[in-house]
Design a protein around this ligand. Sequence first.
Ligand code: SAM
Ligand code: FES
Length: 345
Amino acid sequence: MQIIDKFLKEHRLSRPEYEELLSYWQNSEVVRRLKEEAVRLRSQYYGNAVFTRGLIEFTNYCKNNCYYCGIRCGNPSVERYRLTSEEILECCRTGYLLSYRTFVLQGGEDPYYTDEKMVDIIRRIKKEFPDCALTLSLGEKSYESYRLFREAGADRYLLRHETADEGLYRTLHPEGMSLKHRKECLYHLKELGYQVGAGFMVGAPGQTFSHIAEDLIFLQELEPQMIGIGPFIPHHETIYANEPAGSVELTLFLLAVIRIMFPKVLLPATTALGTLDPIGREEGLLAGANVVMPNLSPVKKRKLYELYDNKICTGEEAAECRGCLGRRVESVGYQLVEDRGDAVC
Ligand code: SAM
Ligand code: FES
C-alpha cells in the first residue's frame, strides 16, 4: 500500500504507478481513504458549494461518426433537430430565472452553425446575460474559429480528449479523426485563454488500466480547469450495443483520484453516472465532484439527443430538474449556488 501513501502525499505518480494505484479500485479501505482526502480537498477550496451549468443541447446533427455515440452521422434512425438562436436564448432566459449563471452550448459537429452564426449567438447571449459564463462544447474547430468565439465572449470550452492512447483512439473513431488533432485543439483553446475542459469515458470498449493511466498523465500535462469523466454507456444503434457499460465504482474511484491530483479542478458528477445508478450523482459529489449539469434543452427535443441508452432527465421541465437536483445535492450535505462557478486560481 506504499503507493497509496505516496499518492496521498505527493498527488502525482508516474504512469506505471497510476496503473498500480488503479488496481486498488475495489479495495474498500483504499476507496475510503481516497474519497476522504478528495472531499477534504474539495471543501478546502469550494466549501459545500456545488456549481450548476445549464446544458443546452442545441443540435444533434453531427458530421462525425464516433463509433460509441448515439447521434453519430452513421445512425440513420436519429430524428435530427437544430435550435434557432431565439430558441437558444429562450433556454438561457428560463435558466437565468432558475439561478443558472453558466450556460453550456453543446452539440454535434454541425456545419450549419457557421462561425458567423455562432459568433452572433455568443454575442447575443453575452449581451443579454453579462453576469453569466458561456461554455461551448462544439467539438474540433480551427484555431481561427476558436479565436472568433473567444473574442465574441465565450469563456470556457469542453472538449473531452476521449482517450490519450493512440491505439484505443483508433478503435473508437473512424479514419479521418485523430487524437493528435484533438490534443492540438485543446492546446489551442488554452492558448486563447479559455477555461478548458478535457476528459474521457470510463469503461470505453477496449479500455484497460494502462489506458486510464495514460489519460491521467495527459491530464497532468494539460492541466485543464475542468475534467469531465463519466461511464461509457452502450447505445443500441452502435457497434458497441452489446458491450458492458463502464463501472460506477471505478468512475467514483477516478473522481476521487482526479480531485486529489487537481484539488481546484471543476469536476462534474455527470448525467451518465446518474443514468447507471439512481444516486450516482450524489455518490459523485461524495467522491470529490463539485459541479452538476442539469438539462435546459426544450423538453420536446431532449430524447433526440440520445448519446446512449436510457439517458435520465429527458422528461422533466427545467424547473423540475433544478428542484430535483437541488434536493439531491442537499441530501448529501451540499448546496447549489447561484454563481458563475469559475475555477479558483
Ligand atoms: N461534439 C462535441 C464533442 O465532440 O466534444 C460535444 C458532444 S459529444 C456527444 C459529448 C461527449 O459525449 C463526448 O465527449 C463523449 O465522451 C460523450 N459520449 C458520447 N457517447 C457516449 C456514450 N455512449 N456513453 C457515454 N458518453 C458518451
Ligand atoms: Fe458527433 Fe457524437 S459523433 S456528437
